[in-house]
Design a protein around this ligand. Sequence first.
Ligand SMILES: CC(C)(COP(=O)(O)OP(=O)(O)OC[C@H]1O[C@@H](n2cnc3c(N)ncnc32)[C@H](O)[C@@H]1OP(=O)(O)O)[C@@H](O)C(=O)NCCC(=O)NCCS
Length: 137
Amino acid sequence: MIIEINNESINELDNFINTIVDKNYLKNEFNNNNFFKVLINIKDNEIIGYLYYYEIYERIEIEYIFTKKEYRRQKIASELLTKIVDKNKPTTLEVDKENIPAICLYKKYNFKNYAIRRNYYKNGHDAYLFGLEKKMI
Ligand SMILES: CC(C)(COP(=O)(O)OP(=O)(O)OC[C@H]1O[C@@H](n2cnc3c(N)ncnc32)[C@H](O)[C@@H]1OP(=O)(O)O)[C@@H](O)C(=O)NCCC(=O)NCCS
């Protein structure tokens, strides 16, 4: 089941076996950015995946998507990403050039590689700028 968490409902996270979501990080983002949004994937009362994104009027930036290790390759990220794709808005994200699982995931949903961002990550890795084109309005 996918639910959306916002600043008002953040304490609902305490109802779940919460091992992968950092509540303080979320609180901070909600307080500092009007556009920050959170989707979480729940199974048997446990948070097994999440997707953080910014919905900035007509466009979306995906900040991070994560599936708990033992639930990978079971379409948990797909369920989350589908919620974003279904919004039908132009969507961008950066992905580590070496992150094959994530690259394959985005390609499956028709994201295209628009640019390389050299030294994007602190570890020196490059990133691809991926985008999903949609009609702007
Ligand atoms: C990337 C990640 C979110 C994928 O989550 P997931 O729940 O396992 O993904 P899904 O089961 O929905 O997979 C959907 C598709 O993604 C691709 N994919 C996922 N994992 C893959 C892997 N290890 N190798 C190749 N392709 C993979 C496949 O195309 C897959 O479709 P298929 O299973 O029908 O072949 C997960 O590996 C993860 O949490 N990684 C660590 C965090 C991370 O790197 N996030 C991305 C930041 S940009």
